[in-house]
Design a protein around this ligand. Sequence first.
Ligand code: AMP
Ligand code: ZN
Ligand code: FE
Ligand code: FE
Length: 283
Amino acid sequence: MSIDLHTHSRVSDGTQNPADLVREAAEVGLSVIAVTDHDTTAGWAQAIAAGRALGVRVLPGVEISSQSRGRSVHLLGYGLDATHPTLVDELAKARSSRLTRMRAMVERMASDGIPITYDEVLAQVSDGATLGRPHLADALVAKGVVRDRDEAFEDILHNQSPYYVGHYAPSVGAALALVHAAGGAAVLAHPFPRGRGYGISIDLIERLAAHGLDGIEVEHPDHDPGVVLSTRALAARLGLVPTGSSDYHGTGKVNRLGQCTTSAESLAELEHRIDDRSRRVGP
Ligand code: AMP
Ligand code: ZN
Ligand code: FE
Ligand code: FE
């Protein structure tokens, strides 16, 4: 059983539609895939239908862009009720703020002579998809300013760039409580990626664990081997379910689908917690 619990489709900044993502999962031999687009659950229905047709189990998920003291923290929510009113509102607020933020980034770039317009960015985005920096990268590629998304992020779009503008994001504590209120399980995504200007303190992870954080991504393409070992030990110490996932974005990143995977035991534990909470929350 091969399980990948973190992937993106065109519903956010991946490059395939959800059905094609699930089809590729079947082709590479995955038996379970979680579709975890940024700040949206819009891909679930298509992914689940494709999964049924292809014999791939689809765990519906979402990668919530949250923050702690202004620093970005990505929290994965699995098996949650996509109609939960506060969840719906928070995700809508984040998506809408991403539009304003994109306008601001484009304006900063234009005033510095980088020739890009908001409409050129929108031309890279599927209808209703969560707008993100990767779409801005795609617009810069289309303009010939950079070669690919990687170069765009290295040169212009990284978190310390003068063109970087943040967007509305709930606190990670609020996001965690929201995932639980909506009957889901919460897993901290890629806590220690190399070279991303991102990284979460052990202190914060301990506090989240005390507030019921369910799991933590141990294996991830951006985690160095030493980080994998130390994060696995951290998970064991704090009683967090260890997961492994590719964070696949189609052709938008070098990560391969199924590059990192989750054990059947970890998935069973997450599903057990989802069942428990859904029973308490559900109809
Ligand atoms: P945003 O959510 O709009 O701030 O954009 C962040 C997204 O950009 C994350 O989901 C990453 O997956 C993606 N990203 C970050 N660095 C890179 C990179 N070097 N190449 C492609 N995508 C990246
Ligand atoms: Zn992404
Ligand atoms: Fe992420
Ligand atoms: Fe991701």
